[in-house]
Design a protein around this ligand. Structure first.
Ligand SMILES: [Zn+2]
Length: 91
């Protein structure tokens, strides 16, 4: 799941600008997880009228299902915070 290209195929952007660069993406992932938690809680409580056990189960299933996507999204978000797109990089 953590495998990724060393550089962008289009512009040559280095996807690993420094060692342990993606540790910071854990904070981004945490933010996304909290947002999903709140969304699932509101949907479960007010739309589907689930009890707390149902909400916890729905939350667990949702987080397991979105974990791979969230992992990649967090890394992409973190990289985009620090690396700006340069269309002339490879020319
Ligand atoms: Zn690129």
């Amino acid at each position: 799941m953590g495998n990724m290209h060393k550089e962008c195929a289009v512009c040559g952007c280095d996807y690993n600008p420094e060692p342990s660069f993606y540790y910071g993406s854990m904070y981004v992932s945490y933010g996304y997880t909290v947002a999903i938690f709140v969304a699932v809680f509101i949907l479960g409580k007010y739309i589907f009228n689930l009890d707390i056990v149902g909400i916890v189960i729905a939350l667990g299933v949702t987080l397991v299902l979105v974990a791979p996507y969230l992992f990649r999204l967090s890394r992409a978000t973190w990289l985009n915070l620090f690396v700006k797109y340069n269309p002339d990089a490879k020319k």
